[in-house]
Ligand binder design. Structure first.
Ligand SMILES: *Cc1c(COP(=O)(O)O)cnc(C)c1O
Length: 434
């Protein structure tokens, strides 16, 4: 559920008319709903109320410092994957001591920064990484808290680019080698074992793989708990969201109208399936959701540049492009695209909805039915709050998009649109060319 809906003919986010945002700040602009983020967080906590749970929000999904501050205020920690992300947590005025550091390639400088910031734990993905963390901790004269990421070898049945829990992915330590890895860690003088971690992939639409993976790792966690100081089990992120019926899925009615057998994952069902498996462990449970918390809490606003009528094909050309929202080009993802002003008296057209970038891949939707729109009118890409703005680039020398946060009837600019001067500020023509 979320807080994007038509009031009259105009699409609103909470009580804000999105046309007003487009008018004030231009397009392309990402708009996030603070209430939707809070609802998603609270519902997930409630779904797992039977467990001692802590949410470490996977901030690579959306790392604007205002969004991070919102999560910190809600009580979340962070799942971070780089020194840059760690600095963002600090810049948000939040605390790193409840956060975990994931990723296969942590540099020495990043490890040092995380130790100095007193990170809750490193999620270690290889033996050489363990050796490096032990070494850096030794130089600083501290003990580095760690958990190993264990690859349970289950198929998440999601897009190949976002599946991470199969043998053959670059992620984690194979289950068969887990006990040896913990034994090796126990021998490191500057390492403190804290937990066990898994993360099997992103945009999972069925609970079954989560259950399979947890069932595979619970016996290991129980076993390790006998020998090591295991405090927590992190079950990662990966809960999928609604892309196809994104707008309709804002309402409770839509959810109850879905057939039981094919109903998308809800926090209640997720909690009901996993709580009985996890409860007997008696460990603190960490969750690392990214997409679930912010995905349906954001839209990308864009303006129509042209309606080009080609040979047997229409092209709706927008001012947003693959550099602003890369998911369709990168993962063949579907985003629902809706007009900011709905006019049911107009005919629908079928069009390819594309951006201005010089790549055939700069196509958001093929043969999409949409209300006829003309130059200067606006659309919203639904479910664009996760892996949208954080994956944006400057390709074609386009400026990075603006970001806005809605709170009730008010909205704030949380990132100004990049200017051309910002864009070239760190470039330089060497003397020999002058
Ligand atoms: C990306 C990532 C997540 C979050 O995944 P979502 O699908 O956005 O929930 C969680 N944990 C780790 C280790 C990740 O790399």
């Amino acid at each position: 559920m979320h807080h994007f809906a038509y009031t009259g003919s105009n699409l609103h986010c909470e009580s804000v008319d999105l046309a007003a945002v487009a008018q004030l700040y231009g397009t392309p602009t990402y708009v996030y709903s603070a209430a939707t983020i809070a609802d998603n967080y609270n519902r997930l906590m409630q779904g797992l109320h039977g467990l001692d749970v802590r949410v470490c929000y996977a901030m690579k999904a959306n790392s604007n410092i205002a969004v991070l501050r919102h999560f910190a205020n809600l009580g979340a920690g962070f799942d971070l994957v780089s020194g840059g992300e760690l600095r963002r947590v600090l810049a948000a005025g939040a605390d790193v001591t409840g956060s975990v550091f994931a990723g296969v390639g942590k540099s020495e400088a990043e490890i040092r920064l995380a130790l100095e910031s007193r990170i809750h734990a490193f999620h270690v993905e290889s033996e050489p990484e363990l050796v490096r963390i032990n070494h850096v901790a030794g130089k600083l004269g501290v003990k580095a808290p760690i958990a190993f990421r264990i690859n349970p070898d289950v198929d998440a049945h999601t897009h190949a680019k976002v599946t991470t829990g199969k043998a053959g992915n670059k992620f984690g330590i194979p289950l068969a080698k887990a006990e040896a890895a913990y034994a090796a860690a126990a021998k490191c003088p500057n390492i403190a074992i804290r937990g066990v971690q898994m993360h099997i992939g992103s945009q999972l639409t069925s609970i079954t793989p989560f259950g399979e993976a947890v069932e595979k790792l619970v016996p290991l966690a129980a076993e390790l708990k006998q020998r090591h100081n295991i405090e927590y089990f992190s079950i990662g992120g990966g809960i999928g969201i609604i892309y196809k019926d994104a707008l309709a899925s804002g309402s409770r009615e839509w959810w109850t109208s879905q057939p039981e057998a094919t109903r998308p994952i809800t926090p209640e069902a997720y909690g009901a399936a996993l709580t009985p498996l996890l409860k007997p462990l008696g460990l603190k449970i960490l969750l690392e959701p990214g997409r679930f918390l912010v995905g349906n809490a954001g839209v990308l606003l864009s303006q129509v540049e042209y309606l080009k009528r080609g040979q047997g094909k229409n092209f709706l050309i927008l001012d947003a492009a693959m550099n602003d929202l890369v998911r369709p080009a990168m993962y063949d993802s579907f985003h629902q695209i809706v007009p900011l002003r709905r006019d049911t008296t107009r005919p629908a057209i079928t069009a390819d909805i594309v951006g201005p970038v010089c790549e055939s891949g700069d196509c958001f939707a093929k043969d999409r039915d949409i209300q006829q729109l003309s130059e200067g009118e606006h659309v919203a890409f639904m479910s664009a709050g996760a892996y949208g703005c954080t994956m944006a680039s400057r390709y074609n020398s386009r400026c990075m998009p603006a970001e806005v946060l809605v709170h009730g009837a008010t909205f704030d600019l949380i990132k100004a649109r990049e200017t051309f001067d910002d864009q070239i500020a760190s470039e330089n023509i060497p003397a020999f060319l002058k």
